[in-house]
Design a protein around this ligand. Structure first.
Ligand SMILES: Cc1ncc(COP(=O)(O)O)c(C=O)c1O
Length: 361
C-alpha cells in the first residue's frame, strides 16, 4: 500500500495516526465488544464519548459557557438555510459580505427566509481580495452579518472581523476551523463541516451564542431548531456516530501535537513555503490573491500556459501528489494544506513544481 500526499479540498487528508487508531478500534471500541458504529447512541459509552468531544473542542478553542456546541448533520450547505430560520424573522434584514463562491451560496440559500443585504462584494475583482471595511454598507439593526473567513475555492482568507458593534457575526468556518487559535467571543455563531480540519464528512459543528439560541423568530419543527438540538445535547435523533467519533480522535491528535498554536505555526510555514515557490517562479506559476488575504488552507495557482495543466496533473499524481486539480470556477491547480498535511508534503510539491518547470520550460 502507498499513501500519497493528498491535497484534496475536502473530504481531505486525515492524520495518519487517527486512521491507524480507528483501524485498531474498528472491531471493538471502548470495552463495548462492538464497533462504535454498532452501539446505541443512547448508551452510556457513546454519550460519554460525545461529552469528551465537546469538552475537548471547548478547551482547544476556548469556548465559554456563553455558547452551546452542536454536532449536527447537513454540512454547511444545510445550515446556510437553517441559520436564518433560527435567528432571523421574516421582516428582519441579514447582511452578507461576499468574498467568494461560498458566501454567494450562503446568501442564495438564505434569501427565502428574510430580507438580505450585500454589505460588499469582491466579485468585480474576481474574488481575489476582501473589500475594505470603509466600503461596507452595513444595515443598522441587522439580524446578523454573515462572513466566510476562508473561501475554499478562491483561496481568500481574513483573520479577524472588524468591530461592527452589536450585530452578531455569523461565520462559515468550514475550511479553517482548528487551523489556528481564534477568538470565539467575536462571533455570534460559528459553523463548519468536519471534513477538512476536523475529521470525516457527515458531521457539522455549530458554536452558537446562547442569546442567539434563545431567539425564536418563527415556528420550526424540532429537527430544524437549534435550541431543540441543544436541549437534547445533539442527540435529538440518531447522529452520525462514526464521524463524531473520528472528530474526537482528531481533537486528541491536535492536542498531542501541541494544540492550535502548534497547528498555526505549522500551517503558516507550509503556506509560506508554497507561496514563496509560486512567487519565485518568475511567472511560471501564479496565485492571483491579494497578498494580505492569501489563504493558509487553500492555495489556488495557475501555470503560465494552461496547455501544461494536463501534464502537470498527470505527472504530479504519478509522483504521489494527489488531487491538485483546481475548482472549475478558478481553473488551474489548488493545493489544500489542512492540518493533516505535513510540511514534507508541501516540500515534495514545491520540489515537483521546480522540477516540472525545468523539464517543461
Ligand atoms: C467555505 C465552505 N462553505 C461551505 C461548504 C459546503 O460544505 P458542505 O458540502 O459540507 O455542505 C464548503 C465545502 O467545501 C466550504 O469550503
Amino acid at each position: 500500500m502507498s499513501r500519497g500526499y493528498n491535497f484534496s479540498a475536502g473530504p481531505s487528508a486525515m492524520p495518519e495516526p487517527v486512521l491507524r487508531r480507528a483501524q485498531a478500534e474498528m472491531l471493538e471500541w471502548g470495552g463495548q465488544s462492538a464497533s462504535v458504529m454498532e452501539i446505541s447512541h443512547r448508551g452510556k459509552a457513546f454519550v460519554a464519548m460525545t461529552e469528551k468531544v465537546e469538552a475537548d473542542l471547548r478547551r482547544l478553542l476556548g469556548i465559554s459557557s456563553d455558547y452551546a456546541v452542536l454536532f449536527l448533520q447537513g454540512g454547511a450547505t444545510q445550515h446556510f438555510a437553517q441559520i436564518p430560520q433560527n435567528i432571523a424573522a421574516p421582516d428582519d434584514t441579514a447582511d452578507y459580505l461576499l468574498t467568494g463562491h461560498w458566501g454567494v451560496k450562503a446568501l442564495s440559500e438564505a434569501k427565502p427566509y428574510m430580507r438580505t443585504n450585500i454589505v460588499a462584494s469582491g466579485e468585480a475583482g474576481k474574488y481575489t481580495s476582501v473589500p475594505d471595511r470603509s466600503e461596507w454598507q452595513l444595515t443598522p439593526g441587522a439580524a446578523y452579518l454573515h462572513v466566510t473567513p476562508n473561501e475554499t475555492i478562491h483561496g481568500v482568507e481574513f483573520e479577524t472581523v472588524p468591530d461592527i458593534g452589536d450585530v452578531p457575526v455569523v461565520a462559515d468556518f468550514s475550511s479553517t476551523l482548528l487551523s489556528r487559535p481564534i477568538d470565539v467571543s467575536r462571533f455570534g455563531l460559528i459553523y463548519a463541516g468536519t471534513q477538512k480540519n476536523m475529521g470525516a464528512s457527515g458531521l457539522t459543528v455549530l458554536i452558537v451564542r446562547n442569546d442567539l439560541l434563545a431567539r425564536k423568530p418563527r415556528p420550526l419543527a424540532n429537527i430544524l431548531s437549534y435550541s431543540a438540538h441543544a436541549k437534547e445535547h445533539s442527540l435529538l435523533n440518531t447522529p452520525p456516530s462514526f464521524p463524531w467519533y473520528l472528530t474526537g480522535l482528531v481533537l486528541e491528535w491536535i492536542d498531542g501535537e501541541g494544540g492550535l498554536t502548534a497547528m498555526a505555526a505549522r500551517n503558516r510555514a507550509k503556506s509560506e513555503l508554497l507561496y514563496a515557490a509560486i512567487d519565485g517562479s518568475g511567472g511560471y506559476y501564479k496565485n492571483p490573491v491579494d497578498v494580505r488575504y492569501r489563504s493558509w488552507m487553500n492555495v489556488p495557482f495557475t501555470l503560465h500556459d494552461d496547455a501544461l495543466d494536463t501534464p502537470f496533473l498527470k505527472e504530479s499524481e504519478a509522483a504521489g501528489l494527489l488531487a491538485l486539480k483546481g475548482h472549475k470556477a478558478v481553473g488551474g491547480m489548488r493545493a489544500s494544506l489542512y492540518n493533516a498535511m505535513p510540511l514534507a508534503g508541501v516540500q515534495a510539491l514545491v520540489d515537483f513544481m521546480g522540477d516540472f518547470k525545468n523539464r517543461h520550460g
